[in-house]
Design a protein around this ligand. Structure first.
Ligand SMILES: [Cu+2]
Length: 111
């Protein structure tokens, strides 16, 4: 009987940890895109409406973040370790690139 109770407690504890873990993961959900080695990482990121995405330049050359319409998102040139943030208020697919190196492309999907 004692052993069974112990087993039950372990199961409850595991469930509590599982729930707590998933909540914690949601809270630390990072909307960060690193610019590294001439690429956006991740190059595709899905975020909820209202999310702020922050790009950080980990390269030793300047990069920019510019949406393909060249109006919605236009960052200044980001030097090493500089950040740029943009808040997405409407759902949709946002393609962007680096205006200094147009082959660098990324997508933020807002849903
Ligand atoms: Cu660049």
């Amino acid at each position: 009987m004692k052993r069974m109770f112990f087993g039950y407690s372990v199961v409850v504890l595991l469930i509590i940890l599982a729930i707590h873990g998933s909540v914690a993961n949601d809270k630390v959900m990072s909307n960060e895109v690193a610019i590294d080695n001439f690429s956006f990482r991740p190059d595709k990121l899905t975020v909820p409406v209202g999310a702020t995405v922050t790009w950080i330049n980990r390269d030793d050359v300047p990069h920019t973040v510019v949406s393909t319409d060249k109006k919605t998102i236009v960052s200044p040139a980001l030097n090493t370790d500089e950040k740029f943030s943009y808040t997405f208020t409407t759902a949709g697919t946002n393609d962007y690139f680096c205006s200094v190196h147009p082959h660098m492309k990324g997508t933020i999907i807002v849903q």
